[in-house]
Ligand binder design. Structure first.
Ligand SMILES: [Zn+2]
Length: 121
């Protein structure tokens, strides 16, 4: 039987990891915001979701709460599934999947599949 990897399964993994991290530039490849570029503001590896700058912006009608928190209509990015984004290589500027390279001391870093440049300097 084929094992399915639902979102709820990911938190059961020992070491959940995403192919993207905070401050990475990504391109959205699926969904309403398809084709948009943006920076990863926050990553949720356990949920398999990311928040990308100016992608999936929702309008919230928020009530005023404590002082310093005025109510009103606010615009806020919401999380999208990490499988819908691709990393953009900082060297060649192409959207790419991740390759993995091992350095001399045995540590693993992400690399661009297209040009081979290391992404984690
Ligand atoms: Zn590249």
């Amino acid at each position: 039987m084929q094992r399915s990897f639902k979102r709820s399964d990911r938190k059961d993994q020992v070491n959940p990891k995403l192919h993207v991290r905070r401050d990475d530039t990504v391109v959205v490849i699926s969904g309403e915001s398809k084709g948009k570029h943006g920076k990863v503001l926050k990553a949720f590896p356990k949920l398999g979701r990311v928040i990308v700058e100016s992608v999936a912006v929702v309008t919230k009608h928020q009530k005023a709460r404590a002082q310093g928190q005025p109510g009103g209509i606010i615009h806020k990015e919401s999380a999208i599934d990490a499988s819908n984004v691709l990393l953009v290589c900082p060297k060649c500027g192409k959207a790419t999947r991740n390759a993995h390279k091992f350095s001399a001391d045995g540590s693993k870093s992400r690399a661009c599949k297209k040009c081979g440049a290391l992404i984690d300097a």
